[in-house]
Design a protein around this ligand. Structure first.
Ligand SMILES: Nc1ncnc2c1ncn2[C@@H]1O[C@H](COP(=O)(O)OP(=O)(O)OP(=O)(O)O)[C@@H](O)[C@H]1O
Ligand SMILES: Nc1ccn([C@@H]2O[C@H](COP(=O)(O)O)[C@@H](O)[C@H]2O)c(=O)n1
Length: 224
């Protein structure tokens, strides 16, 4: 990261959206473009879900999930099973417990408050973790487009899951994430919408940079 200029307000970019919408791809590209640190907050919930699974607990057991969230084992962040479909489900279930979200809040808030700014992607970055972020994106795409992209990704990784199952998983996760009472997935009122259904990765990243620049210009803020 560049040395933060004390005269330039920190550039915090909040990127939210439903499962497999491409928000991680876009957030990582924005972090590279603006030379900012990046956090994939979904990995924290995935690590919590995986810890619950490995301990043989029920993800609906709020006490077990909260204990796991309070003692996240960082080794789990690079576990090959972290990104599996089964673990996506566990992550989505444990993330609905308010105490789990509370346990993971400070790590994310501290990251978002880095002196020079940061890019975070997740479900509640623009609404809860960094509500004052000067630039917010809500990235989405049609469910079938998202499922096809995730399906291709899983095939590349050697996981052979039918497209219809991938679609059903994504829709179930979105419904759970949007329907929960604690920090549900929702577009912040001041987040720019970016639908990538008809955009390739380069075009989507180009649009994202343009939307960030527009948000900064509206606030009279410029990227350093
Ligand atoms: N605009 C795009 N065009 C084609 N493929 C894309 C596009 N954006 C992302 N992808 C691909 O779609 C898949 C999902 O993207 P990504 O992991 O960025 O989504 P995500 O929203 O962060 O997912 P998750 O919610 O599971 O963390 C990846 O394989 C990625 O390479
Ligand atoms: N800020 C966040 C990030 C993630 N979640 C939950 O974790 C699941 C996995 O996240 P991915 O981004 O890796 O898909 C997701 O389905 C959410 O349930 C969250 O609640 N808040």
């Amino acid at each position: 990261m560049k040395n933060p200029d004390p005269l330039v307000p920190p550039l915090v970019i909040a990127v939210d959206g439903p499962a497999a919408s491409g928000k991680g791809t876009i957030a990582k590209a924005l972090a590279r473009h603006y030379a900012l640190p990046f956090m994939d907050t979904g990995k924290l919930y995935r690590a919590c879900g995986l810890a619950v699974r490995l301990a043989g607990h029920d993800p609906y057991d709020a006490d077990a999930a909260t204990r796991a969230a309070r003692t996240i084992d960082t080794a789990l962040l690079s576990d090959p099973d972290l990104m599996s479909s089964l673990n996506s489900d566990y992550a989505s279930i444990v993330s609905s417990h308010p105490a789990v979200r509370a346990a993971l809040f400070e790590t994310q808030r501290a990251f978002a408050q880095a002196p020079g700014g940061a890019v975070l992607d997740g479900r509640d970055i623009g609404t809860v973790i960094a509500p004052d972020a000067p630039a917010k994106l809500f990235v989405t795409a049609a469910p079938l487009v998202r499922a096809a992209r995730r399906h291709a990704e899983l095939m590349n990784r050697g996981a052979d899951q039918p497209l219809a199952d991938v679609l059903a998983d994504i829709e179930a996760r979105d419904a759970r994430d949007s329907g929960r009472s604690a920090a549900p997935l929702t577009r912040a009122a001041d987040a720019a919408l970016l639908d990538t259904s008809d955009l390739g990765i380069d075009a989507a990243v180009g649009q994202a940079i343009r939307l960030v620049e527009e948000a900064l210009a509206r606030r009279g803020q410029h990227s350093a």
